[in-house]
Design a protein around this ligand. Structure first.
Ligand SMILES: CC(C)(COP(=O)(O)OP(=O)(O)OC[C@H]1O[C@@H](n2cnc3c(N)ncnc32)[C@H](O)[C@@H]1OP(=O)(O)O)[C@@H](O)C(=O)NCCC(=O)NCCS
Length: 167
């Protein structure tokens, strides 16, 4: 990642009105709704900045997974009640910066922060919500697997993520 790009907690004082990732709901979310979610402690957001311009963002929240949604091989080793997870709820890169590796850098940053969260709380897996098949294939490229009952929601066990980051 070039030195001129930094990833920090989203600075809501910095103008976001020009951000455009090609997905209208994601653009609307970053422009209109993210501040409310942050204020209400519903999510933590991180932004990638090039100088003072927002060029990418993602959000992290706590969630849980019904173990019935996981592949049978994993379910056998888990309790019957829902297991804790971190949700990467939204991740987007400005169109001007897509295809240059920033999505991968932001996803790795989100995974590392999720692992760190797991050092304070029990976290079994990292969950992502893909907005469509293209986004799903982006996450599959990094080892996420679809849940059984919702093909656009994918998971990565934290143990696998730790191995991925270490390796
Ligand atoms: C999807 C998105 C986040 C990818 O970001 P990006 O910066 O363009 O992606 P990168 O350049 O970092 O690509 C990283 C890797 O993923 C691969 N990749 C990118 N998009 C992919 C896709 N749709 N399917 C499979 N692989 C994909 C790239 O080939 C690259 O592979 P490599 O590391 O082996 O070379 C970005 O295009 C975006 O913001 N899209 C609109 C919003 C969106 O779909 N968000 C997804 C969550 S809903």
């Amino acid at each position: 990642m070039p030195d001129s790009i930094r990833i920090t907690a989203l600075d809501t004082a910095i103008d976001r009105s020009n951000f455009s990732c090609g997905s209208e709901p994601l653009d609307r979310y970053i422009k209109q709704f993210i501040s409310q979610d942050i204020k209400r402690n519903l999510t933590i957001a991180y932004g990638a900045y090039k100088e003072k311009r927002l060029i990418g963002f993602y959000t992290l929240s706590a969630t849980s997974i019904d173990t019935g949604e996981l592949p049978e091989k994993l379910v056998k080793k888990l309790p019957k009640y829902p297991v804790p997870a971190v949700l990467i709820g939204r991740l987007a890169i400005d169109i001007s910066q897509q295809g240059k590796g920033l999505g991968s850098v932001l996803l790795m940053d989100a995974i590392k922060r999720s692992i760190r969260g797991g050092e304070l709380l029990g976290i079994f897996a990292i969950i992502v919500d893909a907005k469509d098949e293209k986004a799903k294939s982006f996450y599959e490229h990094f080892g996420f697997q679809p849940l059984e009952r919702n093909a656009l929601r994918l998971f990565l066990p934290v143990q696998t993520a730790i191995g991925m980051i270490a390796g």
